[in-house]
Structure formats: C-alpha cells, structure tokens
Design a protein around this ligand. Structure first.
Ligand code: UD1
Ligand code: UDP
Length: 383
C-alpha cells in the first residue's frame, strides 16, 4: 500500500482530481491510500464545494483555508501548511496538478522534505514567462520525480529542457521519469458527458437553444486586469451577438465579474449590460459547463481547460490569449489564437461560422490517463 498526498486548490485542480480519486476508489483502493489537501485558493461554493458534491470527490482531509492574496503571501501560507502535513503524514508521493500557486507551493514544500513529486499536466509551456502559471509549471516540473504529460508537445518540451527519455527506475528528482499519458481532463469529459446530458438544466434555465449560442469564459489576469484588453473582448462579445443575433453565454469567474464595472469603459459596460443577447452568469457546475460546451456553436475562452473541453465536444475554439500551450488544437484547425483583439475575435467567429472544422483528431489520449498514472506510481519504489 502506498500513501499519496494530493494538493488541490483552484477549480480546475479539483475537477482533475476527481478522475484520479475515482480510479483509486474503483481499482486501487487496496493499493493506494489518498489524502487530499485543499489549500483554499478557491473558496466560493460555486468555485469549490459544488465540484465535491457533484463529482464524487472525497472531502478534503485538510483545508488550509488560505484564500486570496498576493502571490507571495498566498504561496507562503500554502507552503507552511503543506509542509506541516507532509511532516505528519510522510507520504510516498505528493501529487500536484497543473500550474497554479497551489501547485508551486506543493512543489516547494515537498522538494525540501524530499517527498517525491508526481506532476500531472507536466511539460506544458506558453514560452511567456510574464504568466504566473509559466513560472509555476517550470519550477514544479524541475522538482518532480514522475512527470505525466498530456500531449506529445508537452513531452517534447520536457526533452528540450534536458529531461531524459531513457532514465530507468527507480526514479528520483535527479533521475526523473517522464511519461506521455494523455489528458486526465479527457477522462472526466468522457465520464461525465452522459450524466451532464441527463442532469443539467442549464440551457432551459438561461433560455439557450442547442447550437444557437456562443460560450465564453474569461479569467486570465492579463485580460481582466488590463482595461484595454477587457474592453476589446467584451466589445467583441457585444458586437458578435448583435450582428449574428446569437446569444452569448458567459459564466464568469469572480475575478472577472468583480472587475467589469471598474475596467470596462462606461459605453462598453452599458452596452453589454443592456444587451438582451448576452447572458452573464455566475460560475456554473462542471455538469452544467459540459452541457454548455456540448451545445454551444463555438467557444471563446482564455481558459486552458475550456479550450480542451471544446475540442472534446467537437467545438471550434477562439483563444483570447497571445498564445496557447495546447497547440494541437490550433494545428488541427479547430482553434484560432486571436489574443484580446476585438476585430480578430470577430473575424475568427465569422470564419468558424462559415467553416466549421470537420476533424478533431484524438491528440489527448484515450481517456485512461488516471489509470496509467496510478499503475506507474505503483511500479516505482520510493528511494
Ligand atoms: C487561478 C490560477 C490560474 C487558473 C485559475 C483557475 C494562479 C496564479 N492562478 O487564477 O492559473 O487558471 O485559478 O480558475 O494560481 N476569487 C473569488 N472567489 C474564489 C476564488 C477567487 O472571489 O473562490 C477572486 C478573488 O478576488 C481573487 C481572484 O478571484 O483575488 C483571483 O483568484 P486567484 O486564485 O488568486 O487566481 P485565479 O485568477 O482564480
Ligand atoms: N468550469 C466550470 N464552471 C465554470 C467555468 C469552468 O466547471 O463556470 C470548468 C471547466 O469545464 C474546466 C475547468 O473549470 O474543466 C477550467 O477551469 P478554469 O477555466 O477556471 O481554469 P484553467 O483551466 O484555465 O486553469
């Protein structure tokens, strides 16, 4: 029996953890004991608890209750809390997801205590170090012992940074093992798609008709906090909805909804607010989100997870960022990177309305990433 500590904190990590916890419960309960630590980075019920309730994730064994704050303060409080737990539990592995401050804090705490780190979603790069996530993921990857990359591009990025493909077990942080295992979020999309169809009433609730709305999500700090960029994106939503008579569904991260009044110009703010075709909503549950993604005509987003889910449900995606880590989506012709460019977003919408992509090649694995990760962890002996 091995003991793992999983650190989660932000919404997408809670969702990703559902896939691993589910496989542990169904196939590995006699071999893997999982202790869940929630840093409290996300804390609103619709950013955290809803996912535990809906996705069958075990309640966290620890909640650090760190909450929001500056990067330094937030990360420091997390490191302190995680260190204490690692000293108490002495796990065989610390499991980390993605690239948030919770990921970084876990990586720092575990590496100092020589607890081997398992990094799920390793190797992704934007090559833009002004993103806090880029620093977090590079630092986590380079402190990890087992690195699981969702894509061939991620795996190749690790190789470019000096990770070796021919290291042999037993793996350590000086002799790490890198694996291309597919995307754990794909496991979830496959698992929950049917359930979302049956259970979610989100379309009726917001008056949305199948195939007759655009789904948008915006939350990156460089979009929400820079007024010119936020204006460009919301002005694009406003114009698209009016020009095409298409509804735009916007489940907004609290960071974004909190900044609309401050960072939009009065004319864009009022135009969006008075536009009957724009449905601004609070963050929705994962089943509701899947339902929205499945039935939208296309997606406009700066989210990493939402880009991939659009692809899983064969929806074209407009990426309101200067670049993407998920280059396979763009290479397949199913994504266009427009950045926060008003005319660029509008042109991309027009393009996809007239030229919907026909093919979505299976570049994110087979939906069995969580099982692969569990079996690989078990094959390794702690050193
Ligand atoms: C974080 C991650 C980002 C990820 C995103 C997923 C970092 C540096 N960023 O960004 O990579 O894509 O989560 O959603 O870790 N807030 C609330 N309620 C909450 C949580 C946040 O109101 O439950 C508001 C607070 O005003 C807070 C702001 O959102 O200051 C930002 O939250 P934070 O967790 O710092 O960053 P995110 O933008 O969510
Ligand atoms: N998501 C959700 N409700 C929402 C918005 C997003 O359940 O209102 C899910 C989405 O389906 C995906 C994940 O949250 O699984 C993506 O998280 P987010 O966009 O916050 O972060 P990122 O993936 O960019 O780090």
């Amino acid at each position: 029996m091995i003991r793992i500590v999983t650190v989660i904190g932000a919404r997408p990590q809670i969702i990703k953890a559902a896939a691993l916890s589910r496989v542990i419960a169904s196939d590995y309960a006699h071999l893997i004991s999982e202790i869940i630590v929630h840093t409290g980075q996300h804390y609103d019920a619709n950013m955290s608890q809803v996912f535990f309730d809906e996705l069958g994730i075990p309640a966290p064994d620890y909640n650090l209750g760190v909450g929001s704050g500056t990067h330094g303060k937030q990360t420091a409080l997390m490191i302190e809390g995680i260190e204490k737990i690692l000293l108490e539990v002495r796990p065989d592995y610390l499991v980390l997801y993605g690239d948030t401050n919770s990921t970084l804090a876990g990586a720092i705490a575990a590496s100092k205590l020589r607890v081997p780190i398992v990094h799920i979603e390793a190797g992704l790069r934007s090559f833009n170090k002004s993103m806090p996530e880029e620093i977090n993921r590079i630092m986590c990857d380079h402190a990890s012992t087992l690195l699981f990359s969702p894509t061939a591009t991620g795996f190749n990025n690790l190789v470019s940074e000096g990770f070796k493909t021919n290291n042999l077990a037993p793996y350590t942080c000086d002799n790490p093992g890198i694996f291309h295992c597919g995307d754990i979020m794909y496991d979830n999309s496959l698992y929950f798609a049917g359930l979302a169809e049956m259970k979610s009433g989100i379309l009726a609730q917001w008056g949305l008709n199948q195939g007759r709305f655009i789904l948008g999500t915006i939350h990156r700090d460089n979009n929400t906090d820079i007024p010119g960029r936020l204006n460009a994106i919301f002005s694009a939503f406003d114009r698209i909805s009016r020009e095409h008579r298409l509804l735009v569904a916007l489940p907004l991260h609290p960071r974004t909804s909190g900044l609309l009044a401050k960072n939009l110009t009065p004319s864009v703010y009022n135009s969006v607010k008075e536009n009957p075709l724009i449905r601004v909503m609070p963050p929705v549950s994962f089943l509701d989100m899947i339902k929205l993604e499945k039935h939208a005509v296309m997606v406009v987003t700066d989210s990493g997870g939402v880009q991939k889910e659009a692809y899983y449900f064969s929806k074209p995606c407009i990426i309101a960022r200067p670049e993407t880590e998920w280059v396979e989506i763009v290479d397949a012709g199913a994504g266009i990177v427009t950045d926060a460019n008003e005319d660029g977003i509008i042109q991309a919408v027009n393009y996809f309305l007239n030229n919907p992509p026909l093919l979505y090649p299976p570049v994110f694995g087979d939906g069995k990433a969580a099982a692969f990760i569990c079996s690989t962890m078990l094959e390794q002996v702690r050193v």
